[in-house]
Design a protein. Structure first.
Length: 211
């Protein structure tokens, strides 16, 4: 697997597939962060809205999201946009729920201490709520990336004309076992690398909170 992966990388065979998949994964993940964090904060701020949305968010992943493929293709056409949309849809909800839950689980004593220091709402959010919610938020981010990766690879199996998911499916159908496992290894390495980066950032932020 390793030798085949290196051969494909050096030969440039994987380059267009890597560009396609990485663009979709990181694009969807970034979009999920930009939308998921504000929505999670909004649900935490408006408790009534959170109570209304909680049941729907809990059953969200039971929805057969891939059933919307034909609709997305008819609206956006065949290309990266339907894949990015599906990957974003997989990723955003876990970020929303973990952000809202993390902010909701902060001990009240932290908030009272911040108010005793005359912190306003923005300062409380910056210096009290978010630092205390770091473990929850980053758990959501790590899961969000994995879900974005899953959504992208699964979508590429049937929607794309290139990409690592398409390559895995193509090699499988053509009995190219070495090429299939080499592409799978690259996907696994990507997931491990990004998870390690996010874990490192989380540890640094957590150490800053403790000091």
């Amino acid at each position: 697997m390793v030798s085949e992966l290196l051969d494909l990388l050096f030969a440039g065979v994987l380059t267009p597939h890597i560009i396609q998949t990485f663009t979709a994964v990181f694009g969807a993940f970034l979009l999920a962060i930009l939308t998921g964090l504000p929505i999670g904060i909004l649900l935490w701020r408006i408790s009534t809205l959170k109570e209304i949305m909680d049941p729907y968010l809990l059953i969200y992943y039971a929805i057969p999201f891939f059933a919307f493929y034909p609709l997305l293709i008819s609206i956006m056409g065949i290309g990266i946009m339907p894949i990015l949309t599906i990957a974003w849809g997989f990723s955003v909800v876990i970020i929303i729920t973990n952000t809202a839950s993390g902010l909701d689980e902060i001990p009240e004593v932290y908030v009272k201490a911040g108010k005793d220091m005359n912190l306003n709402s923005r300062q409380l959010l910056q210096h009290v709520y978010f630092p205390a919610a770091v473990p929850y938020v980053f758990t959501g981010l790590k899961l969000g990336f994995i879900y974005a990766l899953i959504g992208t690879i699964a979508s590429e199996f049937i929607l794309a004309e290139n990409g690592l998911g398409w390559l895995i499916s193509y090699n499988y159908n053509n009995f190219d076992v070495q090429g299939m496992f080499a592409a799978m290894l690259l996907v696994i390495l990507l997931a491990l690398f990004v998870n390690a980066v996010l874990a490192s950032i989380e540890n640094r932020l957590y150490r800053r909170v403790q000091t």
